[in-house]
Structure formats: C-alpha cells, structure tokens
Design a protein around this ligand. Structure first.
Ligand SMILES: *Cc1c(COP(=O)(O)O)cnc(C)c1O
Length: 397
C-alpha cells in the first residue's frame, strides 16, 4: 500500500493523511480552547513546580497526601527490595502475589464486604466489572455525570443504556418502570462522589430503588474512600451504611498509590477473577503498589482525625465564599465557557495558586469551571488566602 503524500498545507511540506488528520483535529480543538496538553509538574508536598515557578496546588486528588508520606514510601521501598518492581504476568498466570491477597483482605474489611478484587487502575476496574455483569440483553441506568470510565464500561457491555439526569431519582425510577421488565438483568451505576462536582449520589435512595426493581447497584467511590464516612467511603457517610453490593473505587486518590478495586460478595468477586477481561488480560498490579496501598489503609484506619481534614478544609473554603456546604473534598466554581475558566485559573496562578480549569468534554458544555480539591496538609491560612484571591480575582468582589 502506498501512503498518499498530501500537498502543501499550513503545517509544512508533504504530509501523510494520518498526520494531516491529527493536525486538523488539533487545530479545531485549539480554536475552541479545548486542546489539552500535559504540563510537566514536579510535586513537592502540596506545592508544584511548573515552568520555574512554585505554586500551591489545589488540583490534586492526593487528599491525604499519602503519595509522599514516609510510612507509605517506606512500605513501597521495602516491598520493591524484596519483590522487585513489576508483577511479571497476569494474576491468573504467575502475577498473583501475597501482597495482592493481603490488600484485598484489607479492602474487604474496610468496606465490610466478604471479598475484594484489585485491578490495574480504576479505569480498568470499571471497564472490566460492568461487562462481566451485564450484556446486550440487559438494562443499564447511569447518572449522566458519572465518570468517563463508567460510561466506557457501560458502552463496552453492550447493554441498553439509559442516562438519567444528575441525581434525579424520579427519572431513574421512571426508567425502571418503563424498561425493567423487558430485560433479564439491570444495573445502576453512579459515582458515589461526583468527580467534577464534589456532590454525593443519594446512595440510600438508589439502594432502595435497586431493591424495589431487582437491579444491582454499582457505586464508584474514587473520591469518597479516605475522605468521607470516617475514611471508609460514601456508603458509610450518612448513618446506617447504604446497601451497595458493588463498591468500586481507586487506589490512586486518597490512597496515594495506583490501582482500582471492587468490594463485593464472594461469588461476585470470584466471577470477576474469572470473567472480567481487564483483570484476566492485564498484568497484575506491581506488588510494591499493593504494599503502599496496604500501608495507606492502615493509616486510614488508625487516624480518623487526619482523615477528616480534607473535608474540613473544603468547608472552610466554601464558608469563606458563601458557597453551598461541600459533601467531599472537591469544591467546583462553575464559570461557563472554557475561556472564562482558563482566565480564572491564570489569575489565581498569578497569586501563586494552581487550580486547573476543567473544560469539556470532562464536564458538559457551558459548565467549564475551577475545581478546587483540598488535602489534609493544606494549612488553614492558605485556604483562607485562596478564598480571598478567588473573591478578588475571579468573583470581582
Ligand atoms: C479517577 C477516577 C477513576 C479512575 O481511576 P484511576 O485509578 O485513576 O484509573 C474512576 N472513577 C472516578 C469517579 C474517578 O474520579
């Protein structure tokens, strides 16, 4: 096959159709301020160094600052010395390690489930779990603001997908009334704490709906674990634990490491280990990462006061700006168009703060925003300085 060299274009001499395709896409995204580029960022505790400047960061999901905690680092270093770096194979071949088993035992205990299964990442967990549970005959309801990997898992499953308006229980129920009977199985999936809005899903109401219509409930608690419910996550945040049979989450946020998990009953976990494609056909988590995550779970169980700090900081910030009371460590400030969010981020950066602008497609059109994420080690005085800077530079009051 001959690649067709294409004639003169704004990007230089002859270009193959592949590169031309990529350039055109990028140019179109740039025009609407939606081109995204990873910026080299060196993290130093709560600070980051970017382009020669040190900024105080409010854009990390390392809610408990455990990614740089001495005890967690030590656990990873010791495990690396003993076991090396990579797992070497899929868990089902030779990549299964005692540290994986120990981590799964600890996660199950934390979540009060019979068993747990660890995946390579949260994204891999959701794209593995959902298609292992439902298929083309089945019904899937999803909160429209759920994380991209829940939408991806839903799509991969081939199930009949119905999105319901954000946290709209009446709409979710109407969909179940209309469609449930036509499908043998039904799954409801939602973020437990919404990643870009910081609000919580009504897990008790969802659990009741699920029970009423014989649907299964999967809650993704990426931003709840280690932050709410005394660190045990969203199911434990409001009185009696919510009845969520599929408790999914990530080890890459408050845990400070990497990887994803599902906590559920023994048969469900056994099914994952034998049917979830992202578990079977992907290399096991590096044992050193499992060791770090175990140390993080230890710390979460031991230090309830420390675990309460991110939420306390978020509330301090919100009170200073008269924003609604946060339910998590995430506080959004919705500004509308992408350029408004970028300009606001720029203004805060001039004051020494890093708050990344969040734009479509991560959030719906017209809801570009600043997303503030608070961590245990942000000093209160800096949180107050940030609020003052937002008031002056962004809200203009
Ligand atoms: C970050 C995130 C994920 C993905 O987890 P990773 O471990 O980073 O792949 C999944 N769901 C939600 C809600 C998230 O915020």
């Amino acid at each position: 096959m001959v690649l067709r060299p294409l004639g003169p274009n704004p990007h230089g001499p002859a270009m193959h159709s592949l590169d031309e395709f990529a350039c055109e896409k990028l140019t179109a995204l740039e025009r609407v301020q939606l081109r995204r580029m990873p910026v080299v960022t060196a993290r130093q505790g709560i600070y980051v160094d970017r382009a020669g400047r040190r900024l105080l960061s409010f854009s990390s999901n390392d809610y408990l600052n455990l990614s740089q905690h001495p005890a967690i680092i030590n656990a990873a270093v010791e495990a690396t010395k003993r076991h090396g770096v990579g797992a070497g194979a899929s868990r089902l071949v030779t990549g299964n390690h005692p540290l994986h088993i120990e981590l799964e035992r600890r996660l199950a205990r934390l979540k009060a489930t019979a068993a747990a299964c660890v995946f390579g990442s949260g994204y891999l967990a959701n794209t593995g779990i959902i298609p292992a549970l439902v298929g083309p005959d089945d019904l899937l309801l999803i909160d429209e603001l759920s994380h991209a990997c829940l939408h991806a898992g839903a799509k991969l499953s081939g199930a009949a997908i119905h999105r319901y308006r954000h946290c709209d229980m009446a709409r979710a129920q109407a969909l179940l009334v209309q469609y449930r009977a036509a499908h043998p199985r039904a799954l409801i999936v939602t973020d437990a704490v919404f990643s870009m809005d910081g609000d919580s899903a009504p897990l008790h109401d969802l659990a009741e709906l699920a029970q009423q219509y014989d649907a299964w409930l999967l809650a993704d608690d990426a931003h709840g674990l280690g932050v709410v419910g005394g660190g045990r996550g969203s199911s434990f945040a409001n009185g009696e634990p919510a009845n969520v049979p599929l408790q999914m989450g990530t080890l890459s946020k408050a845990i400070g490491a990497y990887g994803g998990y599902l906590c559920a009953s023994q048969p469900v976990i056994d099914l994952m280990r034998t049917r979830a494609r992202t578990f079977i056909y992907s290399t096991g988590l590096p044992p050193l990462v499992a060791a770090a995550a175990i140390a993080a779970v230890d710390l979460i169980e031991r230090e309830p006061d420390y675990v309460g700090e991110p939420l306390r900081k978020a509330r301090l910030f919100a009170r200073a700006l008269n924003l609604p009371e946060p339910q998590s460590a995430i506080v959004p400030l919705i500004l509308g168009e992408a350029d408004a969010a970028l300009a606001a981020a720029q203004a805060l950066e001039e004051d020494g703060f890093l708050v990344v602008a969040i734009r479509p497609p991560t959030v719906p059109r017209g809801t570009a925003r600043l997303r503030f994420a608070f961590t245990a080690q942000h000093p209160d005085t800096d949180v107050e300085r940030l609020a003052a800077s937002v008031r002056r530079r962004v809200l203009g009051c």
